[in-house]
Design a protein around this ligand. Structure first.
Ligand SMILES: [Zn+2]
Ligand SMILES: [Zn+2]
Length: 297
């Protein structure tokens, strides 16, 4: 039997070319319009540069709908999404300043990966300095649209593999990186401690959502509900309903949010049209759960 559930398409977790995403914020807004995505937010890794740049010519002193995703570590990698309904431009600029050491750390990590690969005579055509130049000057390693990424990360390296013909698609580039490089998703990359990350976001009055909770590697003794309650105590305002979650997981997170009196956010963590598995922008939220959404426009 067909279910008669009204849904709304939203996506509050999209990466732009200011971090490791493929499209510019303007292009993302255009795509969202075409797809009829009702609410969308750009949440780049460790930068709000996209929000600052796209509003550069605005006469408003306040920036609306800025967001970002910060990577934190607390025995496990925890990504936090921060949402600003409205924030003074000056404050957002100040936040970008505070994020610069984190961006530098990301770039340094990529530099180290390349150096280590060179010691094993791998990736010999890749030169970090040239790559850094390219990331800032070109869009995807070969086309002409300017790249504006705040750092050089694994995605940019994967794109370079593609450009150099080491692989024939982005996913294989990312796989190659994991196979030949020392990059591991679940290791301490020198990220902010999770509590410090929450403090940083709160300092700028962001509302915080726990990104893709189903991907957090809790370890054997940790119970998910206990972990969530700990995070709520630390100041989390919402849990993300994310791409890749089963219906059972989604229902569980929604129930947990209702029980704890917090909100939900929803998003696909979209990066690139060819990157598995988040190839599309927009996630459906049932009408009955719309009241739970952290933002409503
Ligand atoms: Zn993430
Ligand atoms: Zn993300």
């Amino acid at each position: 039997m067909e279910e008669n559930n009204e849904t709304t398409l939203v996506d509050m977790h999209i990466h732009s070319s200011h971090s490791d995403g493929h499209y510019s914020p303007e292009k993302i807004a255009e795509i969202c319009g075409q797809l009829n995505v009702q609410i969308h937010r750009i949440a780049d890794h460790d930068t709000v540069k996209g929000h600052l740049e796209t509003t550069l010519n605005s006469t408003e002193t306040k920036i609306k709908k800025a967001a970002l995703e910060i990577s934190t570590f607390n025995g496990m990698t925890i990504h936090l999404l921060g949402y600003f309904p409205e924030i003074e431009r000056k404050k957002l600029e100040q936040l970008e300043q505070e994020l610069q050491p984190i961006q530098q750390q990301r770039s340094d990590f990529t530099r180290k990966l390349i150096e280590e690969a060179h010691e094993k005579s791998l990736w010999m055509h890749i030169d970090y300095e040239a790559l850094e130049n390219k990331v800032r000057k070109t869009y995807d390693g070969k086309t002409t649209e300017p790249g504006k990424s705040a750092y050089v990360g694994s995605m940019q390296l994967a794109k370079e593999f593609l450009y150099l013909g080491y692989v024939d698609d982005i996913n294989k580039g990312l796989q190659l990186l994991k196979r030949e490089g020392t990059y591991r998703e679940d290791q301490d990359h020198g990220y902010l401690n999770t509590i410090k990350g929450i403090e940083l976001l709160k300092k700028y009055e962001a509302q915080i959502s726990l990104a893709h909770p189903h991907r957090i590697k809790l370890g054997e003794q940790k119970i998910e509900e206990e972990f969530m309650n700990e995070m709520i105590k630390q100041g989390i305002d919402a849990i993300e309903i994310a791409f890749g979650q089963t219906q059972e997981q989604k229902d569980r997170y929604i129930n947990l949010a209702r029980k704890a009196g917090i909100k939900i956010t929803a998003g696909n963590d979209y990066h690139h049209p060819d990157k598995e598995p988040h190839r599309q922008i927009g996630t459906n939220i049932e009408e009955k759960n719309i009241d739970l959404l952290l933002v409503n426009e």
